[in-house]
Structures are given as C-alpha cells and as structure tokens.
Design a protein around this ligand. Structure first.
Ligand SMILES: Cc1ncc(COP(=O)(O)O)c(C=O)c1O
Length: 403
C-alpha cells in the first residue's frame, strides 16, 4: 500500500539526539566499551519524597481524568514557586500544565502560528524548537550565535532579524546545547529591542534554571523587563531540576488568552496530564530544593573535569558552560586531519563518528544548527566524564596533520 504521509509530518524529523543515543546503546549491547555522553538526562534518582507522593496519590484513588490545564493544587504550587524562586506573580488562569515542557512549547506554537509565520531561533538551538515551529506551519528563522559571542543572541542581531511576519522569539537560558546564561545587561539590551516590536511574543525556556555554576540566583528576561510579561510565555518543569525526565510534567506561565488557547490544543490531543504525576510534581515544587546542592556540586565537578581535559587540545575550542547539562565544543581545528585508518575528517559528523570509534558517544553540532561543533553531556557518572575527557584527548593526539 502506498501510504501517504502528511506534508506536515514530513517537515520534521526524529531527534538526532535519540539517533546518537540508540547507536551508542546498540554498540554497548554488542559488547563495545562506549561512554554515552549523548543525553541530557540526570543520572540521579527522583527524590524519595516525590516518589512517596505518587504512591500516596494512587492509594488515595487519584486515578481519574484531570482538568486539561492541570489540577488546581498543582497550578497553585507553580504559582507559589514562581513567586518564591523567580519573584514573578501570575494569576492562576495564566498557568497551564502539560506532559513536559516540550508539550507546552508545542501547544504554544499550535495555538498561535499560521502558515508562514516566523519564529526567531538563535543557533545553537534545542532541536525541538524549530521542528515544533515547522510542524505547526511556521518558519524558523535562524540567527547564528558563534563562539566569539558566547553562543548568545545579541540585541543587534535580534533587531536585524525581526520582520513583519515575526511572531515569536525563543530565548533559552541556561542553553541547551551551549550552557550559555544571559547577563542582566544582555537581557536589558534585548528587552530594549523587543519594546520597539510589540507584535513579537517571547518564549522563555528556563527548564535548566537551577542548574547554574556561578552560584547566582536564577534571573530571567522577566526580572529585568517586567513590562514584557504580557508578551512572554515562561516555560519550566520538573524534568531536569528534580531528575523527573520520565514523569512528563511541564508548565507554562503567560497571558491568559494564550494559556487558554494552549489548553484547547491540549484538550484535543492528550487531555490533562496524569493525575498521579501531577501529585508528584506538586510534592516536587512544594518540597524545597535541599537535595540540589549535592547534585549541583557533581555537575560542577564534571563540567570542570571535562572543560579542563579538552581546553588544551589542539584543534578544539571549548565554550565553558555557565549552566545546564552540556559542554559544547567547537572542532573546526580538527577538520582536514586524518584518522589513524587514513579517513579524513570533513565535518562534525565525521568527528563524532571518530570519537564513537574511540569509545565516546557525542552528538554533532549540526543537530543544533551550528557546525562544526559537538555536544557532550555531563549528566552522566563523574568517572565516565573523566574517562571521556581522556579518550577524546587521546583520539585527538592520534590524528595526523592536514594534508
Ligand atoms: C531546552 C529544553 N527545553 C525543553 C526540554 C523538554 O523538557 P521536558 O522533559 O519537560 O519535556 C528539553 C529537554 O531536553 C530541553 O533541553
């Protein structure tokens, strides 16, 4: 049968991350010694009090359909969290819950984009940003943010790329894959441009807000420019902070017209998120962050280990991440060199294939819209991170010079 797929689904692809991870898993299962640094998934377990809340919810019979925008008690907990941790006030109707931050982002684009509408996507980007835009009929407009600007969007670039069809700007900090965190001054400059373009909505993805290495409290465009709140959708969740990637809960906080429309989209896809998981997420938001310093110290140690191991390698340039789960490495200096088996490295996919042969699984920068780079996850055991640094150094030393 000639099964015809929709044009819409053909505009997007399976995540390159997932592909890199399954390749690493395949090789491991075949007995190869591979260190998997592909995924942004905490190697810590979900804290016990959160699991207990889920068990208790099941025992209490919280097993029925939930309201589409989320259980009221959880939305109240998110409202308190935003006041306490982010110094932001939202009415309850401005808070919506979904099955992960990813669904929040999807719902927002589904609710606002018409065919041909443009969304500004600074590169490097988390791959679901452009694909979610494409799936919903929009056109991602990429803005390349290179190493010399810390992989961060500048106000000047923003000004140059805003056009008549621009509906959204995406700002992600700490960034995936860059680990970049925008300073107050950088956010002020961006806010000044946005004030001149009142038609542009702003998607603030702050999922990694608590994974910061500078000891500073989380700050957002909204703290710097509260006047933009009516145009911002703040996206957060439990996946990264609470090591709850598999539970699937995210939230959005924004203007009520938008959050209501997002709930309409969700009502025709998944309906309200799981009753049990919402009870667990409530315990997460209300339960404090006492467990976090220990995890942060581990991420910090791994970041330093990896950055120090890669910093002095001829051919690599490392962007020291200020937060998040990744170290993003520019590898332009390796291109044109030859592997011991005589194969020439022509692009970042070749570099990543070589590293995989040398026992380290990474993801090529092309997956994030910026080449030639590769991404390494520090959300993996400290010993593996240290060994990965050694293997990459060894692999680079084995290369023979440019022809
Ligand atoms: C920047 C960014 N936003 C959103 C998500 C999705 O998070 P969730 O697990 O809550 O859907 C991820 C996950 O990797 C991410 O890196």
């Amino acid at each position: 049968m000639n099964l015809r797929l929709s044009r819409r689904v053909q505009r997007v692809s399976l995540s390159a991350n997932a592909a890199a991870k399954s390749r690493a898993t395949e090789l491991r299962e075949a007995g190869r010694d591979i260190l998997d640094l592909t995924t942004g998934e905490p190697d810590f377990d979900t804290p016990e009090h959160i699991k207990q809340a889920a068990y208790a919810a099941i025992a209490a019979g919280a097993t029925k359909y939930t309201p589409t925008p989320g259980v009221k008690a959880l939305r109240l907990a998110v409202q308190r969290k935003l006041q306490r941790e982010n110094r932001l006030d939202y009415p309850l109707a401005g808070i919506v819950i979904a099955n992960g931050a990813k669904q929040i982002i999807f719902n927002a684009f589904a609710a606002t984009l018409d065919d041909g509408d443009e969304v500004l996507v600074p590169t490097p980007y988390w791959p679901s940003f452009p694909d979610s835009v494409r799936f919903n009929g929009g056109e991602p407009v990429f803005i390349e943010c290179e190493l010399d600007q810390g992989c961060k969007l500048s106000a000047e670039q923003l000004q140059q790329h805003i056009g008549e069809r621009t509906r959204w700007l995406i700002l992600n900090g700490p960034g995936n894959p860059s680990g970049a965190v925008y300073s107050v001054a950088e956010l002020q400059a961006i806010a000044a441009v946005l004030r001149r373009h009142p038609q542009v909505l702003i998607l603030l993805d702050e999922l990694y807000e608590h994974i910061r290495f500078d000891g500073q409290p989380a700050h957002s465009l909204l703290n710097v420019a509260p006047d933009l709140q009516a145009r911002c959708l703040l996206v957060g969740g439990v996946s990264k902070t609470y090591a709850m990637t598999g539970w699937r809960i995210g939230f959005g906080a924004g203007p009520q017209v938008l959050t209501a429309a997002m709930a309409v989209v969700q009502s025709q896809s998944t309906s309200g998120a799981s009753s049990v998981v919402q009870a667990a997420a409530l315990a997460a938001f209300d339960g404090g962050l006492d467990f976090l310093p220990e995890q942060l110290a581990a991420y910090h140690r791994r970041r330093d280990l990896l950055v120090n191991a890669l910093r002095d390698i001829d051919g690599l340039e490392v962007l020291e991440p200020q937060g998040g789960f990744f170290v993003f490495v520019r590898c332009a200096g390796l291109l044109g060199r030859y592997r011991p088996d005589g194969v020439r490295l022509n692009n970042d996919a070749d570099v990543v294939a070589y590293l995989l042969d040398e026992g380290v699984a990474a993801v090529a920068g092309s997956a994030y819209g910026l080449s030639p780079w590769f991404r390494l996850s520090i959300a993996t055991a400290t010993g593996s991170v240290a060994e990965a640094g050694r293997r990459i150094a060894h692999a680079c030393r084995q290369l023979r010079g440019a022809a």
